[in-house]
Design a protein around this ligand. Sequence first.
Ligand SMILES: NC(=O)c1ccc[n+]([C@@H]2O[C@H](COP(=O)([O-])OP(=O)(O)OC[C@H]3O[C@@H](n4cnc5c(N)ncnc54)[C@H](O)[C@@H]3O)[C@@H](O)[C@H]2O)c1
Length: 371
Amino acid sequence: MAYITQNFAGLPAPVRIGLIGSGWMGAFHAESIARRVPGAVLSAIADPNVESAEALATALGTPKVTANAEDILADSEIDAVIIASPARFHSSLIAQAAAAGKHVFCEKPAGQGLDELDTALAAVEAAGVHFQIGFNRRYADDFQAAKKDLAEGVAGTPQLLRSLTRDPGTGSIPNAARVPAWTIFLETLIHDFDTLNWFNEGAEPVEVYAVADALVEPGLRDQGFLDTAVVTIRYSNGALAVAEANFSALYGYDIRGEVFGSKGMVQAGRATESAARRYTAEGLSAETPRLNIELFKQAYTDELADFAGAVRARRDGVPAPSSDFTLTPGGADARRALAVALACIDSVKQGGPVAVAGLAVLSALDDKAGV
Ligand SMILES: NC(=O)c1ccc[n+]([C@@H]2O[C@H](COP(=O)([O-])OP(=O)(O)OC[C@H]3O[C@@H](n4cnc5c(N)ncnc54)[C@H](O)[C@@H]3O)[C@@H](O)[C@H]2O)c1
């Protein structure tokens, strides 16, 4: 018996993606594109550490490898890029990718200052490309369920909001001395700031008061290292929020969000790795999530599926995927969360509450995004 010839005419061409930065997060995103996101292919990998790029490409069957991101940006066979380099390169890479006509998914933070981010977002707007920031918590099932409830008014008017990050650890932080200054705000709590902004949609974060310390690694306090922080945020609708983070939870990766309002409360956050429970003479126990790529495996995959869908829609002129509630985090969201993180740094330096800068520009960005 002979094989039956299949006709693929009319099927959409896959979205061709280039990865910039093949470290911890980039490698996971690469694997998601190559193995878990239908309709997308990983076409190329760029990393100045070319051995890292080559090893990943070999593992995933990616045909093109380069030490230089410019090769990907100049490649007419690539539709979009995922930027997962260290944060200090993000704004310039966004601007260069947009100028080259590539749609952009960028890991957080999109920049380290509002000026550089504004330049990058102006390039995105000028090029008319799609931009998405890696605020993956929005794609977790429980955070989406909470957001859907909030959009339907289940909690009423928000009065108190809470978001927390406890990174998994052993009680000490490897290579802590090499962690860039202010990472706890710019790269960790920035997720919580986005969750709070998203949960309190329509309101602006107007004032923050941040306190932070080195409680896990007190020996590094004098060098300015921070591993523990609490932030209060006052919003333009009067709601008050608290975000907190610690870099070393011995019980695993603990991420939660909550909105308390005039009609009730919604909560998100998965305490156990599965629904299984262990009942013994010692009592009740369960496995906890240990890594971000365990807790958020599906969320990381779904954010890239959303990105690929949006890129396909723009490239092929078909309707973009839609949702019952605001979902895809874009330039205004990247900027709003960064503005809060930068205000936290000022607050720690000044030892008191500070106003969040740049809110007028945020409103203009929202208007353009149709929010
Ligand atoms: N969304 C999340 O939950 C999450 C989790 C972890 C990390 N991140 C973010 O991902 C980004 C990368 O973090 P990581 O932990 O993967 O870091 P990493 O150090 O493991 O990887 C960074 C990689 O980028 C490469 N690189 C350096 N300069 C480059 C350049 N100019 N162009 C291209 N590549 C370059 C490095 O060689 C390295 O391979 C950071 O912005 C971080 O905040 C996000």
